[in-house]
Design a protein. Structure first.
Length: 176
């Protein structure tokens, strides 16, 4: 049912129909529990006493839930695998497999991180590690120490951005 504000509002039966499309459907009581705990979207309106949800919000939540469940089961979601394969157009199959495993592990940490500051620390540590590896193991014979070059300078900008992001997240995280 579409209203003037073009939000497709659906009752719980519509929610359950969306969730039934994935490999992990829910029953009504579980959905209500998730909503009451705040782990699922709240109704966007009511018709009488009947709660109504925005279908697009429910679909987005369902997609994210399936991805989270796949990660928890140790699976790399297919959209990440295809992106990884496109970015890592490498001939070394062993390197590609190690990189896939590493990215999966990073995603698991990002999913488990419960605060913005924890995710910011993860980003900072990862960018610093790549920067340090380039500095130490792939010097480009420029600068006073012979370890500078275009790659290190470019990565330095990314590390600076990670520090800036970290500082901003420290400002919004309550438990710092």
């Amino acid at each position: 049912m579409t209203t003037d504000n073009s939000v497709n509002k659906i009752p719980i039966a519509g929610v359950l129909a969306i969730l039934a499309q994935g490999p992990h459907p829910l029953v009504a009581s579980t959905w209500r529990t998730y909503v009451s705990r705040g782990t699922a979207p709240s109704p966007c309106s009511y018709i009488g006493v009947t709660p109504m949800w925005d279908a697009a919000v429910v679909q987005q939540w369902a997609d994210q839930r399936e991805e989270d469940l796949a990660l928890a089961a140790g699976e790399l979601p297919s959209r990440h695998t295809s992106i990884l394969n496109a970015r890592l157009n490498l001939s070394d199959n062993a390197f590609r497999e190690r990189a896939k495993h590493l990215i999966h592990e990073v995603e698991m940490y990002a999913v488990a991180a419960s605060t913005p500051i924890q995710r910011a620390e993860l980003v900072l540590e990862l960018t610093r590690a790549v920067y340090d590896a380039v500095k130490t193991h792939h010097p480009q014979d420029e600068g006073l120490d012979g370890r500078d070059g275009p790659e290190r300078r470019s990565l330095g900008k990314i590390v600076d951005a990670a520090y800036d992001h970290h500082d901003r997240m420290r400002g919004i995280s309550p438990n710092i």
